[in-house]
Design a protein around this ligand. Structure first.
Ligand SMILES: Cc1cc2nc3c(=O)[nH]c(=O)nc-3n(C[C@H](O)[C@H](O)[C@H](O)COP(=O)(O)OP(=O)(O)OC[C@H]3O[C@@H](n4cnc5c(N)ncnc54)[C@H](O)[C@@H]3O)c2cc1C
Length: 229
């Protein structure tokens, strides 16, 4: 689920992303000149009634109280293992095809891209509905491997979220991989390869920072740590 509230304000601060309180998502504030876009998305939330309240609770936390310009949200059919190309005579694009990056939640780019491809194919094979359907399916299928990597990395990231942040704090290389993912500068399998390579370089530091070396002690005290998430 994703929800957003635009709030009138003379924005000065930079963008903010807050991962607390979400099982598999985050809250954001984007300053846009004379208003803020605030909102949140959670991959694990399939439906919820109090989306506005959740958003407002976070806005209050960050002191955002101006006049509400617009608000609204929707369920986004993020890729979950399959893409839906449609059938002969009907091509599904964007959200309808589940063309939403399962790591970043980016859907606008893929909606435009798939719509462009669908229209090109319709023009190219105007009298041949079967060829259009076959070629369009091939096009969508070419994204499956990358989206599967994205799904895998998202699950990995949120499963070990606290440890991931700690590792990012101590490793410039891993922080740079994360930035590259968010700005779509890197393919997901390449990101994973870089992540592994960088992680190998800091085993002892990682062990210390994540608390692996305190595991036994924690078990005895039943205390919580990043590894319990
Ligand atoms: C709050 C929120 C924030 C988001 N932020 C981002 C973001 O920052 N970046 C990003 O990449 N993606 C974002 N997304 C996701 C993105 O908006 C969607 O993935 C994208 O808009 C999908 O485009 P689409 O053309 O497939 O579908 P839509 O944009 O949903 O367009 C479908 C259109 O079809 C119309 N329609 C529906 N039924 C009928 C009907 N029976 N007859 C005629 N028309 C009909 C609808 O009114 C709508 O205009 C966000 C989504 C939400 C809800």
């Amino acid at each position: 689920m994703t929800y957003e509230i635009d709030v009138e304000s003379d924005t000065k601060e930079s963008a903010l992303v807050d991962f607390s309180d979400f099982k598999s998502g985050y809250y954001w504030i984007f300053p846009k000149g004379d208003f803020y876009t605030t909102g949140f998305g959670d991959f694990s939330l399939l439906k919820a009634r109090n989306l506005e309240d959740i958003n407002l609770k976070f806005n209050k936390k960050y002191g955002i109280r101006g006049k509400i310009i617009s608000k609204g949200g929707a369920f986004i059919p993020v890729f979950d293992g399959r893409l839906y190309s449609g059938e002969e005579g009907i091509l599904l694009t964007g959200d309808a095809a589940s063309m939403v990056d399962p790591f970043t939640g980016e859907g606008i780019y893929f909606a435009a891209l798939s719509a462009k491809k669908a229209s090109q194919l319709i023009l190219e094979y105007f009298d041949d509905k079967v060829a259009v359907a076959v070629e369009y399916k091939k096009f969508l299928d070419s994204f499956i491997a990358e989206f599967k990597w994205a799904l895998f990395l998202r699950r990995l990231f949120f499963r070990f979220r606290t440890s991931m942040f700690k590792v990012m704090e101590i490793s410039d290389e891993i922080r740079s991989v994360a930035t590259d993912i968010i700005s779509s500068n890197i393919r997901y399998n390449e990101a994973f390869r870089k992540f592994l390579k960088s992680s190998i370089k800091l085993p002892m530091r990682f062990v210390h920072v994540t608390g692996f070396d305190k595991k036994r002690k924690r078990k005895e005290s039943k205390g919580l740590s990043s590894l319990d998430i």
